[in-house]
Design a protein around this ligand. Structure first.
Ligand code: NAD
Ligand code: UGA
Length: 465
């Protein structure tokens, strides 16, 4: 098959960057990214590239080069489906907040809606590609939905999970460790896999493209995230032990990581992992295990999430203990709100949970993040409290005690304690002696990312030291 036209449903952190890179690397393919969120599409089409809805290093340059040539952003989902040979589904799959599987299972509403729309609109054969992270055997359900098409259209469903990490998305897409494609072992299944392979071979070496059956591909994505998150919870669990024993987690991490069987990456102790995927995907794995009656396996993976909650809470409690057991009416500064550096994404960021504990204890919070705006910070907290059924009055009162600044200096002046929640490079280059002088003495700095230098003028806390 000669692929000339593709589309992606979902213009988010995956759909946007992934399609931008395909458009760049495949100038002969017309790439259309569609979304029901009009605001998001308008932002993708904004003349000022600094207004793109997603901040990702290197992304705006690619959009500048391809947009309007072979990369298009639109809200016309039906037209895009009709015109495309391959349709990627990169819609969100959050943890269910209702009904069966609440709090664990992936909510497949958006995926199912996409499949229904494809089934309704398609008048020619399509290859439908799962780009979203999905529970194993979702393709079965998608096929069932697609079979409601009455126009004699043939659909192939492939699994092509995305492994990019935010903040390094473009780099990850340019040089993927692997591209995983799961398809059926039938003539038409193999042809569909080959069509997708032909897109990636424009820039990915063939030996990095792994083809498997659909179920292996779907499960590998959940399992990869679970294994990555497990490393962080493992090192974070040891960080608590280091603090009790005088061992230094940075040294321990280095010593462990130098064993090539273990490797040094993803062993950085922190305030806890955040992001839209790790927690949701592990909980989904836990749910799947329970569904298949594998209680022990479910419990094993659940612990990875439990340790993460423990770590976030432990960090917040350190701050409270450090301020003589109370933060009530004290100015406390949070530096960083995003779940990691180089992204404007704050979904499930550790900062939200640390802020929650401190606000609950009466602190006057002052937040600064170079990429996350006030509205987002307040939305994140409101969503957490609403999910807990807190009253509007309570929510409003706590939001009034959470000031978000555009300059870090204002956030930090006259503060009792400053906590680093995101490892933004700029926090390392600040003059910490100067900052400390402007804080209430003795200045206390809680480094939730272990990024600062040791400074004898400041009362510093590092994770696991
Ligand atoms: P996102 O929320 O940023 O984007 C999803 C988009 O889909 C939203 O803009 C939403 O409006 C749109 N959408 C939902 N239903 C739609 C419909 N019926 N028609 C058109 N548009 C619709 O989500 P994301 O971070 O891009 O994640 C998407 C998927 O990719 C998830 O399954 C996630 O687990 C997975 N994933 C994410 C990352 C990451 O780093 N964010 C990495 C790998 C995989
Ligand atoms: C993660 C995976 O790394 C991607 O491969 C995957 O595609 C993606 O999830 C997904 O499915 O969404 P992402 O969440 O964007 O990517 O970012 P990571 O770099 O994995 O960081 C996740 C969290 O772990 C961040 O809060 C980060 O600060 C934290 N982390 C990471 C640590 O605390 N220590 C580490 O050593 C590494």
């Amino acid at each position: 098959m000669n692929v000339t036209s593709i589309c992606c449903i979902g213009a988010g952190y995956v759909g946007g960057p992934t399609m931008a890179v395909i458009a760049l690397k495949c100038p002969n393919i017309k790439v259309t990214v569609v979304d029901i969120n009009e605001q998001r599409i308008a932002a993708w089409n904004h003349a000022d590239l600094d207004q793109l809805p997603i901040y990702e290093p290197g992304l705006k340059e690619i959009v500048a080069e391809t947009r309007g040539k072979n990369l298009f952003f639109s809200t016309d989902v039906e037209k895009a489906i009709e015109e495309s040979q391959l349709i990627f589904m990169a819609v969100n799959t959050p943890t269910k907040t209702y009904g069966e599987g609440k709090g664990f299972a992936a909510d497949l509403t958006f995926v199912e809606k996409c499949a229904r729309q494809i089934a309704k609109v398609a008048t020619s054969d399509k290859i439908v590609i799962e780009k979203s992270t999905l529970p194993v055997r979702t393709a079965e359900k998608i096929k069932e939905v697609l079979s409601s098409n009455t126009k004699g259209v043939h659909f192939e469903v492939l699994s092509n999970p995305e492994f990019l990490a935010e903040g390094t998305a473009i780099q990850d897409l340019f040089k993927s460790d692997r591209v995983l494609i799961g398809g059926d072992d039938t003539e038409s299944g193999k042809a569909a896999v080959n069509a997708l392979v032909s897109i990636y071979t424009n820039w990915i070496p063939k030996d990095k493209i792994l083809t498997t059956n659909v179920w292996s591909s779907e499960l590998s994505k959940l399992a990869s995230n679970a294994m990555l998150a497990q490393r962080i919870s493992s090192i974070n669990s040891l960080s608590a032990l280091c603090e009790k024993t005088g061992a230094d987690i940075e040294e321990v991490s280095k010593a462990i990581g130098m064993d090539s069987r273990i490797g040094s990456k993803f062993l950085k102790a922190s305030v806890g992992f955040g992001g839209s995927c790790f927690q949701k995907d592990i909980l989904n794995l836990v749910y799947l295990c329970k569904h298949y009656g594998l209680e022990e396996v479910a419990e094993y993976w659940q612990q990875v999430v439990n340790i993460n909650d423990y770590q976030k809470n432990r960090f917040a409690r350190k701050i409270i203990t450090g301020l003589n057991g109370t933060v009530n009416q004290k100015k406390v500064t949070l530096l960083g709100w995003a779940f990691k550096k180089d992204t404007n994404d704050s979904r499930e960021s550790a900062a939200i949970y640390v802020a929650d504990v401190l606000l609950e204890e009466g602190a006057e919070l002052h937040v600064f993040d170079p990429m996350v705006k006030k509205a987002r910070v307040h939305q994140d907290l409101t969503a957490l409290w609403e999910a807990r059924n807190e009253s509007n009055k309570e929510i409003e009162s706590k939001l009034n005690r959470c000031v978000v600044h555009k300059e870090y200096t204002q956030a930090i002046d006259s503060s009792f304690a400053a906590a680093i929640l995101t490892e933004w490079d700029e926090f390392k280059s600040h003059d910490w002696n100067d900052i400390a002088e402007k804080m209430i003495q003795p200045a206390k700095v809680y480094d939730g990312r272990n990024v600062l230098e040791l400074n004898k003028n400041i009362n510093q806390y590092f994770i696991g030291k």
